[in-house]
Design a protein around this ligand. Structure first.
Ligand SMILES: C[S+](C)CC[C@H](N)C(=O)O
Ligand SMILES: N[C@@H](CCS)C(=O)O
Ligand SMILES: [Zn+2]
Length: 338
């Protein structure tokens, strides 16, 4: 009997992201703060697992938040796996198998929400939605440490390339096998972790496109103080990385960083900053700072698009209302979709 070939999202299409952006009219919208929205619905995530705690305690809320962002116009939704790690789950008394099931579940909750939403909007004539892509979130090693080090990049002397590869390997394998469309490496703070991810994608022969996003605390460099020129030099060697950019940094940094990244790479530029508040990793709370409301965010976002960013969304402390605004200003809804 012959093998039946069924195309899946995991088939090697190196241009999947570029084609998607083109179909979306030149700029696609990513969702907003995932954990923020969970908290707005009453989830308590002051915990080393942060939003991943909801994979154990509150999966229905995860589905609800995905649907809210889809309804707001997100073209890409990011899974709840940012701080979902196997060592993190094991330290809570779960088995390896249970941890792996939770990682799979993070992808399934998102793909199911996407499919349910898509089926329901397709019953409406003249809707302006795109069938969304699902990006599996892979938070940095610093996110797992839960001590704010995704904003410092300071992992200490004992953390070398092999340790970072070991940390990322099994989660990456499980998430890829669960069938997302993309991988989203988030809040990467330094060059060492960039190199580890690039090598791992190669070693694991990952066929779906990835994006890598950096945080930034000075608006100029990666949090470690290393230059983005150094980090992007590593990224540019990888055909498996389709997009590179910034997430969870203050909005006022983004315009000049998009301009800088445009000079450093030909890859798609992706930006989804936070609201401008600053995370206190020890107290585990957001500290007031120069905070951008949805209207200011919309105005800035058109500048980011005009300077070359093609994937734009929000990160922590932004909400579906932010994404609704982005969707309105960034997408040409007069274009026929799909
Ligand atoms: C993007 S930060 C706000 C995520 C939470 C952090 N890794 C912590 O656990 O403290
Ligand atoms: N995707 C994650 C990023 C945190 S920086 C979230 O939105 O919670
Ligand atoms: Zn964030």
């Amino acid at each position: 009997m012959g093998v039946i070939f069924e195309p899946t999202n995991n088939d090697n299409n190196p241009r999947l992201l570029e084609d998607f952006i083109e179909k979306a009219g030149g700029c696609a919208v990513i969702d907003g703060g995932f954990a923020t929205q969970l908290e707005l619905h009453g989830a308590s995530i002051k915990d080393p697992l942060w939003s991943a705690l909801c994979l154990i305690n509150n999966p229905h809320l995860i589905s609800k938040v995905h649907l809210e962002y889809l309804e707001a116009g997100a073209d890409i939704i990011v899974t709840s796996s940012y701080q979902a790690t196997l060592p993190g789950f094991i330290s809570r008394g779960l088995s390896l198998e249970q941890g792996e099931k939770l990682l799979e579940k993070s992808v399934k909750l998102a793909t199911d929400a996407r499919d349910v939403f898509w089926e329901s909007v397709n019953k409406i004539d003249d809707h302006t939605y795109n069938r969304a892509l699902v990006a599996a979130s892979i938070g940095s090693y610093g996110a797992y440490l839960a001590d704010g080090s995704e904003y410092s990049g300071n992992y200490g002397e004992n953390v070398d390339m092999n340790k970072l590869k070991d940390f990322h390997r099994r989660r990456l394998q499980v998430l890829v096998a669960a069938g997302p469309d993309l991988l989203a490496f988030e809040t990467i703070p330094n060059k060492l972790e960039t190199q580890a991810i690039v090598e791992l994608l190669e070693e694991e022969n990952v066929q779906i496109p990835s994006w890598i996003c950096y945080s930034s605390v000075d608006g100029v460099n990666a949090p470690s103080g290393e230059s983005f020129a150094d980090c992007l030099e590593v990224i540019n060697t990888s055909r498996r990385i389709a997009a590179v950019g910034i997430n969870c940094a203050p909005p006022q940094f983004v315009h000049s960083l998009v301009q800088k990244f445009k000079e450093l790479t030909e890859k798609v530029i992706v930006v989804y900053p936070n609201s401008g508040e600053i995370w206190d990793g020890i107290a585990k709370k957001w500290m007031p700072s120069k905070c951008f409301n949805d209207d200011k965010f919309k105005v800035l976002a058109t500048r980011w698009r005009d300077s070359g960013a093609k994937l734009i969304g929000g990160c922590c402390r932004t909400t579906p209302s932010t994404v609704r605004g982005l969707s309105k200003v960034l997408k040409n809804t007069s274009l026929a979709r799909n």
